[in-house]
Design a protein around this ligand. Sequence first.
Ligand code: DQA
Length: 141
Amino acid sequence: MKIHIVNGPNINLIGRREPGIYGSRDFDDYFLELQSRYPRIEMAAWQSNVEGEIISRIQEVGFDCDGIIINAGAYTHTSIGIQDAIRAVTAPVVEVHLSNVMQREDYRHVSMISPVCVGTVFGFGLDSYRLAVEALIERLG
Ligand code: DQA
């Protein structure tokens, strides 16, 4: 099973950025633990701050992997281009957020990508990614 994690803008600063909201552990450190937890799953993590690069990455991996886990960061709330890329590919896509976006500003309550994702996990900090992996494993059997 091959799962690609696609992280959007500012997710590279997790651990340093607003630790009261996002925690103080960085993503790369968490990802090593996530990989060791699922030794039989081929997992790759990638990040970009650039909307077009995120779209290209979804196109690149979305036809030949078993699932994508995406944290589109702030583009979640604005990007029809990312929505269209998710619509276009064949892999199921799970949306994740570390924070509970529903407890935050109104503009974070809207997701352009939720309608085209198989599901969304938010509010569990970095553990949102593990829960998304579990959801994909369950779905893919
Ligand atoms: C986020 C939530 C977004 O609203 C925000 O813009 C982020 C991070 C999260 O993981 O909680 O950059 O996607």
